[in-house]
Design a protein around this ligand. Structure first.
Ligand SMILES: [Zn+2]
Length: 834
């Protein structure tokens, strides 16, 4: 569909260049009044003016041009396309003009548009906040506008608010005038030229850090009252990213200041509004002394992701929403690059293999999708905010970067950003920039990864590399999975030396090497690797000598191959036994995932065997490391301990570990890294009173991370009565933003999950009404793990096929159902092999 034939898009006969927005929110009545002035250029004279507006009461529109003013005579709303069309009795003359419209609206509780959020401070006082979330198309809920990313303009915001409240917008304060009636009007300087979805304003009782001067950019963290002690990590991560991206892109930060705000009620993780980035509390505020390293990493990564967007997304923006994948995939790639530069010892690229694996686990299903697809209605975009966009997309960019060379890639990105600053692009503009600087067929290569679903299985057998599609289920029903790819493959000899580069197409490539060969050298390839029998036998004794990411990738690929029925349990154990003595939470995390799934499939009489197999793999590692930190520990050693404790204390049925976990829980002796593992081991024992203790610790949690930790741990109680009580709380006590996540965790429990699922579907209509549509698929996060009882699985499948998810990620339910079917087949097979 062309731009002009898409009914969701405005005609380009009138184009905005500058907005002046005047808003007065009422935080007691949850309403607002406003007025907007828009400088426009009338390119095609007409007697109609169409803008986007939804759930706003609009006054008449005035259009002033050349000293004369025209007043609209009527307005027509279109609910489907969310537009308001004003008619005039005369034709609007061509040339510069100013539109003026007054309006009123509601501060809604739906977490989009101009909405309200509430919190209770440490003294028990309730507060109301008015804040915004406009991506993808909700600026039109706050003021009438040309609400498409390609209508870039400047925005000068003026907020009239109660004098005692703080208020922020994208740019610095220009004027702050006390009105003498308990109200003040704060005027902000005009923003740079940008899209409507990036406009933001926040009003409420906030506190802020002093501004940190980052090479001339003032950086602050803004937070609900009393949480200032949780801001140091955010300031450090923010300052690092501002400098890192200015240097990488060779372009200064495009805003005038950067404020990062923690908002108590927030649908997404964070939002990249230029100069005023909004975050969920646990994505910005953290206490490194009590949080786990993973939680601290997550805060740094989310901040790096959002700041990457200031250039990629805010300065250079997609033409239309189908380009959102590139916006997000790129920010994901850049966040990892930046975090890796800030803390190389965190081994960010190795950890990322876990997220890449999650994406490939979806992408190996017939119900996967191409990364980019045609978007007609802006709502079609919702389906793009998933692991395939962020994790597969980001991984494909990393693969391309490693193939082209890091500096060549960086130069291409910098050229692209400079060429398109303050403007809009389509995906191929980026490929062209990279092609120009590298001389490689980037456009053809990337088209095979972006425009078709799935990924290849690259086989190394009889001295040759070849590819075929990786499919979890029946290969003759591969759905959206493509046929072949242009695969950048790096291989290397185990003897050492530089990696060889191959661009593998349909024809096999001969590898002339006598020594064992590593297929996915460096581990950045977005494909599954498979070795022939002889090739694997030659490589197995050397697994412990591989690079860490190569080893992690090999375990992940082996687990995927086992789940797809391509190798046996013994084959998998051969790889796991050869990992060597490395402190590698990622590689061992894949082993733990495999054990967990196999345990769900096992017959009761096989549990003892499986427990023994788990102990045989992991107990020697735990004996090597023990419970407590040591001076000789690496940065990630404690994460490795957590993986071992969680698995040995549950699947491994290790009584000594269970006893020590209980002791530490009762003594409040849990450091951040071990806490999740300890809570899981404790909860699985279903001891009387522990559930109430978990709830108590949740309610009195000193940090946002502690709060989430105890909530998510509720899913480990296998006792049905307990689990059902927790499920009920998702509909009453818990914040709306947390309910679906906790329900997902509860359904994932091997024992109580089915009862929670039945409870959830008994309240399904209420649940889909209560929770934000983009969170619906999370409620049944455990669906694909119902592999034990085929009859129950069929009941689950039948219900969800009759009750599809419409908002959010519409594909995710069919994907979970398909994964459940693959899991049922896997369960039948693995029971023969334990
Ligand atoms: Zn993003």
């Amino acid at each position: 569909m062309t731009t002009s034939s898409n009914p969701y898009r405005l005609a380009r006969g009138i184009v905005p260049s500058a907005y002046r927005i005047f808003l007065t929110p009422d935080l007691e009545r949850f309403t607002f009044t406003g007025r907007v002035e828009i400088d426009v250029d009338v390119l095609e004279p007409s007697d109609k003016l169409t803008l986007h507006a939804v759930e706003l009461e609009l006054g008449a529109a005035t259009l002033t041009s050349g000293g004369a003013s025209l007043l609209s005579s009527g307005v027509l709303f279109d609910e489907t396309y969310e537009t308001a069309t004003f008619s005039f009795e005369e034709t609007l003359p061509a040339g510069a003009a100013v539109i003026e419209i007054a309006f009123t609206g509601t501060l809604n509780d739906q977490l989009h548009g101009f909405y309200r959020s509430t919190y209770t401070d440490l003294d028990g006082v309730d507060h109301v906040i008015a804040t915004t979330q406009f991506e993808h198309s909700d600026a039109r809920r706050a003021f009438p506008c040309f609400d498409e990313p390609s209508f870039k303009a400047t925005y000068q915001v003026n907020l009239t608010v109660p004098s005692h409240l703080a208020t922020y917008s994208n740019s610095p304060v220009a004027n702050d005038v006390d009105l003498g009636n308990g109200q003040r009007t704060v005027s902000f300087t005009p923003t740079m030229k940008m899209s409507t979805y990036l406009v933001a304003f926040v009003v409420g009782p906030f506190e802020e850090t002093a501004a940190l001067d980052v090479d001339g950019v003032p950086l602050r963290v803004i937070y609900p009252i009393g949480k200032g002690h949780l801001t140091a990590t955010a300031l450090e991560a923010g300052a690092f990213a501002l400098r890192f991206f200015a240097k990488y892109n060779e372009i200064p930060y495009p805003g005038e200041k950067l404020d990062m705000v923690a908002v108590p009620d927030f649908a997404a993780g964070a939002m990249e509004n230029l100069g005023l980035v909004t975050y969920r509390e646990n994505a910005l505020l953290v206490d490194p002394a009590t949080a786990s390293l993973t939680e601290v990493q997550r805060v740094a990564e989310v901040i790096h992701h959002e700041i990457a967007h200031m250039w990629f997304g805010d300065l250079v923006t997609m033409q239309w929403w189908e380009g959102i994948w590139l916006n997000e995939a790129f920010a994901t790639f850049m966040q990892l690059l930046c975090t890796n530069a800030m803390r190389p010892q965190w081994k960010t690229w190795v950890e990322q293999a876990m997220f890449r694996d999650m994406a490939l686990n979806v992408d190996g299903l017939a119900s996967t999708r191409p990364i980019e697809y045609e978007v007609i209605s802006p709502d079609d975009t919702q389906g793009m905010f998933d692991v395939l966009t962020y994790e597969k997309g980001g991984s494909v960019l990393r693969m391309l970067e490693q193939y082209l060379g890091e500096e060549t890639f960086r130069q291409g990105i910098s050229n692209y950003l400079k060429k398109h600053s303050y403007a809009n692009t389509v995906t191929t503009d980026l490929w062209d920039a990279l092609e120009e600087v590298s001389g490689q067929p980037v456009r053809d290569l990337m088209n095979t990864w972006i425009l078709q679903g799935g990924h290849p299985l690259v086989t190394f057998e009889h001295g040759q590399l070849s590819q075929r599609p990786f499919v979890f289920g029946d290969p003759s029903h591969k759905g959206a999975i493509g046929d072949s790819w242009l695969v950048p493959v790096l291989t290397r000899s185990i003897k050492g030396g530089a990696a060889s580069r191959h661009l593998l197409g349909d024809a096999p490539v001969a590898i002339d090497d006598e020594s064992p060969v590593v297929v996915n050298a460096g581990g950045s390839g977005v494909f599954r690797s498979r070795y022939g029998k002889d090739e694997l036998a030659a490589l197995a004794p050397h697994i412990a000598e591989l690079e860490e990411l190569e080893r992690g990738t090999l375990v992940a690929d082996s687990w995927a191959a086992l789940f797809a029925g391509q190798i046996t349990w013994d084959d998998f154990l051969l790889v796991a036994r050869n990992l060597g003595n490395h402190d590698e939470p990622t590689a061992w995390g894949f082993v733990a995932s495999a054990l967990d799934m196999v345990k769900r499939c096992a017959r009761d009489d096989q549990r003892a065997t499986l427990a023994a197999q788990a102990r045989a793999l992991m107990a020697p590692q735990f004996e090597r490391l023990g419970w407590n930190r040591r001076d000789t520990d690496g940065e990630l050693t404690h994460q490795m301990r957590a993986v071992l404790i969680a698995t040995l204390g549950t699947i491994g049925a290790d009584e000594a570990i269970q006893g020590e976990a209980v002791r530490r829980f009762e003594a409040h002796d849990m450091d951040g890294d071990l806490a999740n593992a300890i809570l899981r081991v404790v909860a699985e024992q279903n001891r009387p009173g522990d559930y109430d203790e978990f709830l108590d610790r949740y309610r009195n949690a000193p940090t946002p991370q502690d709060e989430v930790r105890y909530l998510m741990a509720l899913g480990s109680f296998g006792d049905e009565k307990t689990a059902l009580d927790a499920a009920e709380k998702c509909f009453s006590e818990l914040r709306i933003q947390n309910g679906p996540m906790v329900l997902g965790s509860l359904t994932r429990n091997e024992f109580s999950g089915p009862a929670v699922w039945r409870y959830l579907v008994s309240r399904w209509d209420e649940a889909t009404e209560r929770f934000t549509s983009s969170h619906h698929s999370r409620m049944v996060g455990g669906l694909s793990t119902f592999v034990k009882d085929p009859a129950f699985a069929e009941e689950v499948i039948a219900f969800h096929e009759a009750h599809p998810v419409t908002g959010g990620y519409p594909a995710s339910l069919p994907q979970q159902i398909e994964r459940l079917r693959v899991g049922l087949a896997f369960a039948a097979t693995i029971r023969q092999q334990i």
